[in-house]
Design a protein around this ligand. Sequence first.
Ligand SMILES: NC(=O)c1ccc[n+]([C@@H]2O[C@H](COP(=O)([O-])OP(=O)(O)OC[C@H]3O[C@@H](n4cnc5c(N)ncnc54)[C@H](OP(=O)(O)O)[C@@H]3O)[C@@H](O)[C@H]2O)c1
Length: 360
Amino acid sequence: MKQYNVGIIGATGMVGQRFSLLLDKHPWFNVVCVAASPRSAGKKLKDAVAGKWKLKDPLPEAIGELTVLDATADIEKIAGMVDFVFCAVDMKKDEIKALEERYAKAECPVVSNNSAHRHTDDVPMVIPEINPEHIEIIEAQRKRLGTKRGFIAVKSNCSLQSYVPALAPLHSKYKVTKALACTYQAISGAGKTFESWPEILDNVIPYIGGEEEKSEKEPMKIWGHIEGDKIVDAVEPNITAQCLRVPVSDGHTAAVFVSFENKPSKEEILEEWKNFSGVPQELDLPSAPKQFLNYFTEDDRPQAKLDRELEGGMAISIGRLREDTQYDYKFVCLSHNTLRGAAGGAVLLAELLAAKGYFD
Ligand SMILES: NC(=O)c1ccc[n+]([C@@H]2O[C@H](COP(=O)([O-])OP(=O)(O)OC[C@H]3O[C@@H](n4cnc5c(N)ncnc54)[C@H](OP(=O)(O)O)[C@@H]3O)[C@@H](O)[C@H]2O)c1
């Protein structure tokens, strides 16, 4: 496989730190540049993250030696160094929109973790196992931007990365009419650790700004279809969500209730989950889990602490499937929010784009 030079925009942040670990020794992608705000620019990455490194594993040595560039002032320079960039920055939404478009227009493709472009009509928002065909909209986006190579592709919010995969094969075959999801979200999703957020210990916070809207609306784009030069959102299934912050370091859990147009048996649901695999598995992409959806028969699984790292944090864990009195079924599911839900999901999307020739 061809090798690609990549940059990490927002390399000093929580998601950026995950990118450094995931891309160190990646078989296709080599990190040649890192960028962040003017506060970090000019320092070696290892010095810029000193005192704010949030992960268990240390910063890879070679990446730590790179000098941090200014994500805005150095766009042309970065575009000249890399084949594409990963982007995860904490800026205002309109600033991120403009920043990502400037990279794309500098002929530097952007694989983004940010929410700014998730509802731009011709920007694909992809979970690679579920809607890989949406990357075909990139040609229309390039026409609008006037670029030959440059484009933006995004991944969806971390909150829905357990229940949308679990519902996807069931929706294809039995048509989900409505679903209710209550999420129990880890503190790393807010860029926090127990050290930086001691108030979360012995506590549950019943509000995560903007999260419920994202959890209800983004699945509609993922289940949408390409029509001309845009992705048209699906109108079903109807999803309602409540999102809570809980004292867990990593791993978002969701309690899900679901009804179908054609109600399957429990055995049929378990069979769909067992047999589901997508383009990443067919193409054997480096970050693709071998078994995407994993059902646990034990009553007390999945658990965030025990199961979030399954297949490098890229697999989805499901359990407790049973009939419900008001919906057809209920179950519980779990995904790692900074791996499958953030940096890992973006790396898998980039692998799909590379395999399909979008960075050539
Ligand atoms: N944490 C998650 O689980 C998660 C999941 C999915 C998506 N996301 C999204 O990913 C993005 C980053 O999240 P995070 O948790 O990694 O945030 P974070 O830890 O606060 O890191 C933010 C990054 O943005 C950089 N930055 C801030 N202001 C900037 C500016 N004016 N110009 C250039 N760079 C700037 C920071 O650089 P300095 O260090 O120099 O300030 C840092 O590298 C957000 O859009 C977030 O919504 C996060």
